[in-house]
Design a protein around this ligand. Structure first.
Ligand code: HEM
Length: 726
């Protein structure tokens, strides 16, 4: 159906069907100002048929009769052009013992495609894992932001990608690092990307230094080692000289740098953003993700073992939890600040991304909840090709002049053009907005759009000026008209010169156990450096945070204590510690250590397994060999053997009657050192602990008579994650 209004202009001499005439209708002389739908094809035009990437008719819009859009259709192996193939394992050759023939188009197509299967990995955050879900708003943000994603009960599809920063695509999940946390909200007003981290502050205040901090953290350029580590000279050289990194560095060295699970991390938008509401009023906000399962970490030895035993630990944990229906959930919250001219709050510069605002000063107000409930179908298509950018914002959310954020607004799109091979990656299924798109962007590498019309420019009359520019009432994104003035300068505000006060606040807010972990982490990382000057310099940095900390690390390094420095007088913030409290235990894994001969314990073990499943945890039976054990007349699968299992898989263990061997002893020793709950069942359980030299009279080691009595202590102890008092 044509949407064209009849032209008032005289017809061209050859009439409306003149070959070469640019539009389907003749435009009027004055510029069209109404709104029209996009141009139609002319009679002489025909677009490619609407089919999926490999030939299935593709009906847009979901419905019961929608065909399967997979890029595999039909029963037969075909070429990329759809010709059926009879052979894919033997090349075409001149005689059975002769050379291969150039005319083997299938060989060439298969090998050529394979040769180009890899795309450049991300310059940073190369190692990632993703999941789909939904965000449901509770309406609390509606009074301060007009974004429809925040309207009460609005449900918005999301895709999240978690990542480590430093490592290459194949590096281990469990390394000490910041975790990236990028969320794409497919809102009805266009995509909103909240591209944050699991740490609320950043290493640098100005984006121009991003290449410096990343070059310092990446492997040394001569040997390309170490992989995915900050424990090396160039990193500590940089952060020792560049003290604005101190706050973030301490967070990285704390337990936050080695999360137990991606499901158990807080997330932060870091920068201050600006909300604008329907009345045009603005507010400054900082975004927080609060996990329903609490914030938990591994301990360092556990993280090290995990890197070797299961480098895919975090992705496996996320995929398994979603598959098991233990959907990870986070509340999204905002800290809200008045949009004052100086953009300060309680003396804290809101434009400085190395600073946070303690929750005691500005509580986090919950504005909705995100649930991740679907794993990706294809890693490359979704997790590798997804492209986030902090400048993807719907009306109602805007940026501030934080110089780190400002630089990021440029960098992501720029890098993606190279990583995704051209400017059309927004057309990839994972990146497509679920709002109508009518841009005037055309052509370019990997163009898959099917564009009509002749006038992809504004203004035009040949396509009746389509697409129209929207007004505010029609939902246009309007940059908040913030007044800006000043002389051109590379100077930064004096408030940015405070590099230590919040680093100290973070340190003194931690519990003794957390402080001890931090001391050990610093000692480990600096201990891995070769250059003494690098270590000495960093001890001086630490003295600006806390003298006792600096001296403890110096002692571990065997170096003199640094000179005492004046330190800031700051108040601890309880919210910065991740210890204390109890949490839901859904998705936790419990090792049930048995022998294939369960003897009298079979029924009790069966009951224990049922109880643990019912509590939302995943019990894993471990025995000396694979197969099944008979429980209640049924065969129950053995999940692991002592050869394949590792303590790092278990958040708690029930020791029933494992065999006496070194694998079991190692496992029990690690469970003890890593402060995990251990429940010893009867005499056999106690014997196993004795064999492993694990004293049974410690906190969090509980003796029960029968296996079925183990479920309650497991549930109780798991709720507080670890038995830190042990
Ligand atoms: C608050 C500071 C920052 C945070 C929270 C942050 C967060 C992230 C996250 C989560 C990703 C991974 C996105 C994904 O999963 O695909 C990422 C990627 C990236 N970031 Fe940042 N980043 C920050 C600062 C910067 C700065 C200052 C720059 C450059 C000036 C930068 C450049 C990049 C680049 C080039 C990528 C790779 C993007 C891609 O290839 O798709 N980031 N960042």
């Amino acid at each position: 159906m044509s949407n064209k209004t009849p032209s008032t202009n005289a017809a061209s001499p050859a009439g409306d069907n003149a070959p070469g005439k640019p539009g389907a209708a003749t435009p009027g002389v004055s510029q069209p100002d109404g709104k029209t739908t996009p141009p139609q094809d002319t009679d002489a035009q025909q677009p490619p048929a609407a089919v999926s990437a490999t030939g299935c008719p593709f009906h847009f819009g979901a419905g019961s009769d929608s065909p399967d859009p997979r890029t595999q259709q039909g029963e037969y192996l075909t070429t990329a052009q759809g010709a059926r193939l009879s052979e894919t394992s033997k090349s075409l050759r001149a005689g059975e013992r002769g050379p291969l023939l150039m005319q083997d188009h299938h060989f060439r197509e298969k090998i050529t495609h394979f040769d180009h299967e890899r795309i450049p990995e991300r310059a940073v955050h190369a190692r990632g894992v993703g999941a789909h879900g939904t965000f449901v708003a509770n309406g609390n943000a509606s009074k301060i932001s007009k974004a429809k994603v925040f309207k009460k009960d609005a449900e918005t599809p999301v895709f999240v990608r978690f990542s480590t920063v430093l490592g290459s695509r194949g590096s281990a999940d469990s390394v000490r690092d910041t975790r990236g946390w990028a969320t794409k909200f497919y809102t009805e007003e266009g995509n909103w990307d909240l591209v944050g981290n699991n740490i609320p502050v950043f290493f640098i205040q100005d984006a121009i230094k991003f290449p410096d901090v990343i070059h310092a953290g990446k492997p040394h350029p001569d040997r390309e080692i170490p992989q995915a580590q900050s424990a090396h000279d160039t990193f500590w050289d940089f952060v020792g000289l560049h003290t604005e990194a101190t706050h973030h560095t301490l967070w990285n060295m704390s337990d936050r740098g080695i999360p137990r699970s991606l499901r158990m991390m807080e997330g932060f938008g870091i920068h201050t953003f600006r909300f604008i509401n329907d009345a045009g009023e603005t507010t400054l906000v900082k975004f927080h993700w609060k996990p329903k399962f609490g914030v938990h970490s591994q301990v360092w030895e556990e993280a090290q073992i995990t890197g070797g035993m299961d480098p895919d630990f975090h992705r496996r944990d996320l995929y398994d939890a979603i598959e098991a229906g233990a959907y990870p959930q986070w509340d999204l919250g905002v800290q809200v600040f008045p949009d004052t001219e100086d953009q300060m709050f309680e003396g804290i510069d809101l434009l400085d991304p190395t600073k946070l605002v303690p929750e005691e000063l500005a509580p986090v107000e919950i504005i909705g909840t995100m649930t991740l409930n679907k794993n990706p179908r294809n890693y490359f298509e979704e997790v590798e090709q997804v492209a986030f950018c902090p400048s993807h914002l719907p009306p109602g959310i805007d940026v501030t002049a934080d110089p780190l954020l400002q630089g990021r607004l440029f960098s992501y799109l720029d890098t993606q053009i190279s990583r995704l091979g051209g400017p059309n990656f927004a057309q990839l299924p994972i990146n497509r907005p679920q709002a109508p798109v009518n841009d005037n962007l055309r052509d370019g590498m990997h163009q898959v759009g099917s564009h009509t019309g002749v006038a992809p420019y504004k203004p035009n009359s040949l396509d009746e000026n389509n697409p129209a520019e929207a007004t505010v009432d029609e939902g246009a994104f309007i940059d908040v008209p913030v007044a800006v003035e000043g002389k051109i300068t590379r100077e930064q505000p004096a408030s940015f010169d405070d590099h230590f006060s919040q680093a100290r606040q973070f340190y003194i807010s931690l519990t003794d156990i957390e402080q001890d972990h931090l001391t050990q982490a610093l000692s480990f990382e600096l201990g891995k450096c070769y250059e003494e000057t690098v270590k000495v310099r960093y001890l001086d940095v630490l003295a600006h945070v806390d003298q006792a900390l600096a001296e403890a690390v110096a002692d571990n390094l065997g170096l003199p204590h640094p000179e005492k420095q004046d330190v800031a007088d700051v108040t601890p913030s309880e919210a910065l510690s991740q210890m204390g409290g109890t949490w839901p235990i859904d998705g936790r894994q419990v090792g049930v250590l048995i022998s294939t001969d369960l003897g009298d314990s079979a029924d009790a073990v069966g009951k224990l397994v049922d109880d643990l499943f019912a509590a939302g945890t995943t019990p894993l039976l471990v025995a000396e060999k694979g197969g099944a054990v008979k429980i209640g007349g049924k065969d129950v699968s053995i999940s692991r053997t002592y050869l394949t299992a590792s303590s790092i898989e278990f958040d708690a263990a029930v020791v029933v009657n494992p065999p006496a061997n070194t694998d079991v002893n190692t496992m029990l020793g690690e469970l003890e050192r890593h402060k995990k709950a251990i429940i010893a069942v009867g005499a056999t359980g106690k014997e196993a602990l004795g064999g492993a030299r694990v004293p049974a009279d410690q906190k969090g080691i509980v003796a029960v008579d029968t296996a079925d009595a183990a479920a309650d202590p497991v549930k109780e102890l798991l709720a507080s994650h670890r038995v830190w008092e042990r």
